[in-house]
Design a protein around this ligand. Structure first.
Ligand code: SF4
Length: 253
């Protein structure tokens, strides 16, 4: 009888990368790693550029050449551009562009992130085993796994979130995203922290300014990027404050 297929969901974050490393260390079966990439528009990734480069230039080759497994990148038909420019068809705002997504009910997750994963999973055999990157100190999330088709190797080998990070660092496989923030998400995420937003404004201003261009388009229903502020308000606020960790001379630029 052939064994089931083993697939690891991989965001490129420390817990999912540590899962790949643990599988190799402990000779756990693993056939494929799967990454779902949200796109900002047809050509621009929704991943923070440094993280996107880490996935394509470091993690994918590592999986293919060193682990000898397939690295699959999934994308939805829809991009954030489509989500933002969707025309509302009902209610008092009918005819307007939807605008930025709402924190807490992210239409990017619903329309861009999840659909290709659903489609991919639907094509898998029912006995497939999926590894998920949930650390041993995330007890509530671990308790939701069935342990048969959804398995956490971090849970199985007692690896905490902090230890997962160390494992990635020691293997040279920690995404550069962790130098300025604690999580990886889309660069236009409504839940982004000031550190994440500041990173985009200072390191990738041309990308952040695309959001300001959208904010100023006509007939946009939701112009706030985060719970409280539009992109231009965020930029004005963060640029008026000294950057943490820099001397006053550096901040004066
Ligand atoms: S990272 Fe943010 S914008 Fe991207 S799918 Fe998740 S909640 Fe939505």
């Amino acid at each position: 009888m052939s064994r089931p297929k083993y697939v690891a969901s991989c965001s490129g974050g420390k817990d999912s990368v540590a899962t790949l490393l643990l599988a190799a260390q402990h000779n756990e079966p693993l056939d494929e790693a799967v990454f779902s990439e949200v796109m900002f528009d047809e050509t621009t990734s929704g991943e923070v550029p440094e993280h996107r480069d880490f996935i394509y230039d470091r993690l994918k080759p590592f999986c293919e050449k060193e682990l000898g497994i397939k690295f699959t990148i999934l994308r939805a038909d829809k991009t954030y551009d489509d989500v933002f420019h969707h025309i509302i068809t009902r209610g008092p705002n009918e005819g307007k562009k939807r605008g930025f997504v709402w924190p807490g009910m992210c239409a990017v997750n619903r329309d861009c992130k999840v659909p290709p994963i659903r489609k991919y999973n639907a094509a898998l055999s029912p006995d497939t085993v999926s590894y998920v990157g949930i650390a041993s100190d995330e007890q509530k999330r671990l308790a939701r796994l069935d342990g048969i088709h959804k398995v956490s190797l971090l849970g199985k080998y007692g690896v905490t979130e902090a230890e997962a990070r160390t494992l990635c660092e020691e293997s040279g496989l920690l995404s550069p995203i962790y130098t300025h923030c604690r999580r990886n998400g889309c660069w236009f995420c409504p839940n982004a922290s000031d550190a994440e937003l500041r990173h985009m404004i200072t390191h990738h201003p041309e990308m952040f300014d695309r959001l300001i261009e959208w904010e100023h388009e006509e007939n946009v229903f939701h112009r706030r990027l985060t719970r409280k502020e539009t992109p231009s308000e965020i930029k004005a606020r963060l640029m008026s404050k000294p950057q943490p960790g820099l001397s006053s001379n550096q901040n004066q630029g």
